[in-house]
Every structure is written in C-alpha cells, then in structure tokens.
Write a protein that binds this ligand. Structure first.
Ligand code: EPZ
Length: 421
C-alpha cells in the first residue's frame, strides 16, 4: 500500500483547478442506467469511487468507459443483469444509488449492502421507506438488498431525517413511476440539484430540487443526454484550507462560489482574506487567525465533509474552538491521529473542544481513518514541524484526483511512496 511523506512548513501559493464533484458523479453515473440509450457525462473525476462504479456498471452489462480524460460514455442499451454483488460494490457508500436506478428502470434490483466511511451506524431506512412508499417490496438477505415492485406509483414521502442519499435514491426510483411523487424534508446539497438537473436533461420532470420539497412527475420514457458535472465544493474547500493553514495565497479555479458560501463565511470569520471571482475563489492568510465555534449542518449549513479539515486549521490557531458535528454520530475518530501530532482536541460525543496553538503540530506517522480524515492528515502534515508519514492513502484516492501533484505545484514538499520503501 502507498503512503504519503510530507515535510511541513512550506507556504503554499498559486492556482489549483478543481475537478467534478465526487458526490454528484457517484449519483449521476448510476442515474444513467435509467435510460435505454447512451449518456455522455463530462467533468467526471478520476477517483476510486468512480472507477468502482464504472466496474459495477460493466458488471451489469452496461458499456461504460472514459472516452477522454474526464468524459465518461455510458451505453445502457444492452443491460442484462440487475444484481450488483458484494465484490463489485464493496467499500463504497454510493453503491446504494444502483438500487434506485435499477428499480426505476426495471422495477427490480439486487445490490449488496453499501460500505463507505465509518462514522458509526449508517442506516438506509429512509431509502427503504421511500421505495416501500412507491410500492416496492424490499428485503435484505445474505447482505444483499432486494427490491421489487409490480408497478411504481407516485406518492408523498416525508423524510424523517434530511438525507442526501435517500433524497437522490427516491428521485431515481420515481422519475418513471406512475403519477407524482413529493419528497418533503428533502436534502438541498448542490449534488442533489445536479442529479435532478441531469435527470431533467434525460426528459424527466423533477421540480424543486435545492428546496426541501421536490416534486417528481413520472414520465413514460427517458432519452440519452450529454451532461457536465458541477465542481467539487469539498475538494475546493480542502485546497483553500491547505493554503490558509500555511499562511499562503491560493486560488481555487473552476468553482461555483455560491456552493462555497458556508465555507468562505467561516474562513472570513477567522480573519482570512477571501476574494470571489465568477468561477474562482482566492484565499490569503497573512494575518493571525482567530478561533471560532463551528457546527456542521445539511446544506446550506457548514458541510460535514469539511469538518476534519477545519479541525486541523483550528488546532493550529491560538485560542479555544468548538466543533459540533450534527450530521454524523461519530465523525471525530481522526482526532486521535491529530493529537499524536501535538494537537489538543478533546471529544465528547458530537462535540470537539480544540485548544488551538500556532506551531503546535510536529510530524509523525499517522493513518487516514476515512476519506476526509485522510485529507485532514495531509493538511496537518503541511504545517507540522518535520516529516509526516500518512498510511491508508487508499481512502484519499476515493475522493481526490492528483492531490500530490496539485500540492507540489502549490509549493508543498510531498511525495507518494510504496509502503515498504
Ligand atoms: C452523503 O452521504 C455523502 N456521500 C457524505 O459524504 C456526506 O457526509 C453526507 O451525504 C452528508 O452530507 C455521498 O454523497 C456519496 P445522508 P449519505 O444520508 O447520503 C442519517 C464524503 O466524504 N440517515 O445525508 O450517506 C445518517 O445516519 C462523504 O464525500 C438515516 O438515519 O448521508 C446521517 O446521520 C462522507 N437514515 C444523516 O442521515 C437513512 O436512511 C445524513 O446522512 C439515511 C441517512
């Protein structure tokens, strides 16, 4: 297995171009199965989760392949299989979208129970509630979720909890259902909107995405589409924090500033200079920064997927900061690794108290405990005194393309080596 070695305290400056959004890509790629036609999806990031999904699609008899750097061609005209077994979907959370897409197209689906980052229990009861409401019977046998319906009929579904996955999965199952489906208490993330826009480009009738009430009017047929995925707000936020923590001057390009508002608002509150352009954001950290209180919330609140990265920044800022993680029951496992580097973080349930101190981090051997925690370890290595070695890099590969190259170009001393090196 590979590992990253970072020699810290190098100031980052320059531009970095942001890729397509992982959490939009992993929803839109399965959505292409809904149509007995060809879809061309542009701005698809080359990351592990996408590669795994492409493998799963080909396992289902779809002809899915990259036709150039970041453009994926998905031909679902010869699908022969509706069962995605464990081997082709293990380790990935987003495999559950295959359920909604296969159910939406064939009224039947069999998909292995999803994997993904360990934030405590990650139920899918709301997904199943949505499928049941549409008329599907859902069973779990030998780790495989089986869903089947004589006919999918539109209805009103109130989500007990704001769920990105359940919102998207119900949309996928409902676009060809008979009648109208209303999802209430829906998630409003940019990738929910992006998926709805993709479905509409295929001839679906989805209204209200981005609000907490989404109305889907079932249509008889869908057709192939060409679509470009939105930029990744979390990848962009990660590089912004990498620039800020090193006292640098970094511009993230190909972004939608509107999607970044919660992140930029907290950086401004800390004293970071933020310059917004049409499709870029520049962050400059040439003044001492302030500690803050932070609470993660569903969009448009501060994104939970930026919580570990912000914790590292706050650990290196003088003063006491408090983070409340309100989306996941247990998303602070990485703080043990950070405290090995000299951070002073105490976790009580969904609350982390950070006794921040400039220059407190020193290089150590740490591991990535999940995707965003891995990104946080990289950020910690950028500011730590001496060398930091990060193992379990496979987690980082799930969500970040060219991270080492991008950071090197910004001035970081980082390299990827084989574990036994
Ligand atoms: C998506 O996960 C993202 N993953 C996660 O990003 C992100 O952290 C999360 O949304 C919240 O924004 C993808 O999009 C592939 P949820 P998802 O359903 O859909 C509870 C990353 O780093 N819940 O919005 O699985 C759940 O336990 C990843 O890119 C139920 O109770 O998250 C959680 O507390 C990590 N029952 C809350 O809702 C359900 O049926 C939000 O979960 C579903 C969810």
């Amino acid at each position: 297995m590979d590992q990253l070695i970072i020699n810290g305290k190098k100031r980052l400056s320059g531009d970095v171009s942001i890729n397509g959004a992982k959490n939009a890509a992993v929803a839109i790629i399965p959505a292409a199965l809904l149509v007995n036609d060809v879809c061309i999806i542009e701005n698809v990031p080359h990351i592990e989760d996408v590669s795994n999904l492409v493998t799963a699609l080909n396992y289902l008899g779809v002809d899915a392949k990259f036709v150039d750097n970041n453009t994926l061609r998905i031909d679902s005209r010869n699908m022969e299989n509706v069962c995605a077994d464990y081997d082709c979907v293990k380790g990935m959370r987003a495999s559950y979208y295959l359920l909604g897409a296969l159910l939406g197209r064939f009224n039947r689906a069999e998909v292995s129970f999803p994997g993904g980052c360990d934030f405590g229990t990650r139920p899918i009861d709301q997904h199943i509630k949505g499928f049941n409401s549409l008329g599907a019977e859902v069973n779990l046998e030998h780790g495989i979720i089986q869903a089947e319906a004589k006919e999918l009929v539109g209805t009103s579904i109130y989500l007990d909890v704001v769920s990105v996955g359940a919102t998207i999965n119900i949309m996928l199952a409902a676009v060809k259902a008979k009648g109208t489906t209303i999802i209430e208490n829906a998630a409003k993330e940019p990738h929910v909107v992006d998926t709805a826009n993709f479905l509409n480009s295929m001839g679906a009738n989805v209204k209200g995405a981005g609000t907490d009430v989404i109305k889907i009017t079932g249509v008889e047929e869908l057709h192939g589409a060409n679509y470009m995925i939105i930029p990744d707000q979390i990848e962009a936020g990660t590089y912004m924090i990498a620039g800020v923590i090193t006292g640098g001057d970094v511009t993230v390009k190909n972004v939608i500033p509107k999607h970044m508002e919660a992140i930029t608002a907290k950086l401004i509150e800390m004293g970071v200079k933020v310059e917004e352009q049409d499709e870029a954001i520049r962050v400059i950290a040439d003044e001492p920064l302030k500690s803050i209180r932070l609470k993660t919330l569903p969009y448009p609140g501060f994104p939970t997927d930026m919580q570990p990265q912000m914790a590292v920044l706050l650990a290196s800022v003088d003063g006491t900061s408090i983070i409340t993680e309100s989306v996941w029951e247990s998303r602070f496992q990485y703080t043990d690794q950070l405290n090995r580097m000299g951070a002073k973080i105490v976790v009580e349930g969904q609350l982390a108290v950070i006794e921040g101190e400039k220059e407190c981090l020193s290089g150590a051997k740490v591991k990535a405990t999940d995707l965003r925690a891995g990104a946080a370890m990289v950020i910690a290595g950028l500011i730590a005194e001496g060398a930091t070695t990060i193992t379990n890099v496979k987690y980082i590969d799930r969500g970040y393309e060219h991270m080492v190259e991008n950071l090197e170009r910004l001035g970081a001393d980082i390299k990827r080596v084989k574990q036994d090196a």
